[in-house]
Design a protein around this ligand. Structure first.
Ligand code: LMR
Length: 397
């Protein structure tokens, strides 16, 4: 059966975890996979999550199935968090949604639904985008094309290129946009860009498809969802895939959601039934545990406050590190690295080439994605000197 298959290279992001783990160097640094790390390099369970888990253990009464969409409470709380309390689409019952196994599950369910609705749809992704967008959407059989996004020369948004590319997207296609904390570049859209994208979507008839995997890790929970709010208020149809891996630290529990705004309630009912059927045909229904933790926290005032504070601590740490890295690298290498401070979320491109990335790994045991994407949270007080020294050696020799 499988004799014709070939062995594949390790995943470009997950493969780094194994390579780093197997590296015997005492100085090794993992700036690869997007997992939050504290000052000691650990990824601890958030206190609010531990508390919610305790409550769940004490109160859980059954392990019976939860059904393909997950619980209604989870979906309602998730919508509130992303769309806000006063959203017209939500108030008029125009959002269908399912809990999914992580943000990846949400992206794949969306792709399968798009395939059912319009098999010839092209999904437009930013240049560059997260490496796993290609298999998650492409393996469902959809065609992918790129729109301009990141400008290498300025290490910031290519605003003209972005708007120009999107003005060529035909009706019926979908445009995948990172809601915040762009992965891999850290370069985010401002409200005026979201408004311009809404204008283009309405005028041309394409569907905005937001991937919101880092809400709360950029500016704040509210500000990071500004794109979801603007597009869902203005556009007749919006797809939002979201993840609780990063902002709740629930990586291995696989908690995410797919919410779809439709122009009217009748269409929403259809989408909801189709979503249930897509899910049933792939994994039948999502796991319950992680979603129940999120539900417990978001529905309890005290726990929610605690979670928001913990999330702010994580974000503040990342932003402090950005500042320090930008200052240190600029000073020691005598090149402008101030872009690191301006970017948002876990990731930044260092802007070095693949040979330099390979040298950092081989000669200094510093691991990052080939594109020179670093997970800023992997830096701490005990490794920053070594990191800056290694970068200086690589860039000056
Ligand atoms: C990343 O981009 O590093 C994370 O989203 C983890 C992953 O699955 O790739």
């Amino acid at each position: 059966m499988f004799e014709n298959l070939e062995e594949l290279h390790p995943d470009p992001i997950l493969g780094l975890m194994t390579a780093h783990r197997n590296d015997a160097s005492l100085k090794k640094i993992d700036l690869g996979v997007g997992v939050y790390r504290d000052e000691s390099g650990a990824t601890p369970i958030m206190k609010s999550v531990l508390e919610a888990q305790k409550i769940r253990h004490e109160t859980e009464q059954t392990k019976s199935y939860i059904g393909p969409p997950g619980t209604p409470e989870f979906n309602t709380l998730t919508r509130k968090l992303m769309f806000g309390n006063d959203n017209q689409a939500e108030k008029s019952n125009r959002i269908a949604g399912v809990q999914t196994p992580g943000g990846c599950g949400a992206l794949r369910v969306a792709a399968e639904l798009i395939k059912r609705a319009r098999p010839k749809t092209t999904i437009w992704v930013s240049d560059p985008t997260w490496a796993n967008h290609q298999p998650l959407l492409g393996n469902a059989g959809l065609n992918l094309k790129e729109y301009a996004y990141y400008q290498k020369s300025s290490r910031s948004l290519n605003t003209d290129g972005l708007l120009e590319s999107l003005s060529n997207v035909p009706a019926g296609d979908a445009v995948l946009i990172h809601g915040c904390c762009h992965n891999p570049s850290g370069v985010d859209l401002e409200p005026q860009h979201w408004e311009a994208i809404a204008d283009l979507a309405i005028n041309q008839g394409f569907t905005p498809f937001i991937d919101l995997a880092y809400q709360g890790l950029g500016d704040s929970l509210d500000e990071d969802a500004i794109g979801v709010k603007i597009l869902s208020e203005r556009c007749p149809e919006v797809i939002v895939a979201s993840s609780y891996s990063k902002n709740f630290g629930l990586y291995r529990e696989r908690v995410g959601s797919l919410q779809i705004v439709s122009p009217n309630v009748a269409q929403t009912t259809i989408v909801q039934s189709q979503l249930g059927s897509v899910v049933r045909g792939i994994y039948s229904m999502p796991p319950a545990h992680g979603a129940a933790i999120v539900e417990t926290i978001l529905s309890d005032k005290t726990l929610k406050l605690q979670w928001v504070e913990e999330l702010s601590t994580m974000r503040d740490r990342i932003n402090l590190l950005r500042k320090e890295l930008a200052n240190r690298l600029t000073r020691e290498i005598d090149q402008d690295f101030s872009f690191i401070e301006k970017q948002k979320g876990m990731f930044s491109f260092l802007g070095i080439d693949t040979n330099q990335v390979a040298r950092l790994q081989k000669e200094f045991a510093i691991y990052m994605v080939d594109s020179s994407r670093i997970n800023v949270a992997g830096v701490n007080n005990s490794n920053i000197d070594y990191f800056v020294e290694s970068m200086t050696t690589i860039l000056k020799n």
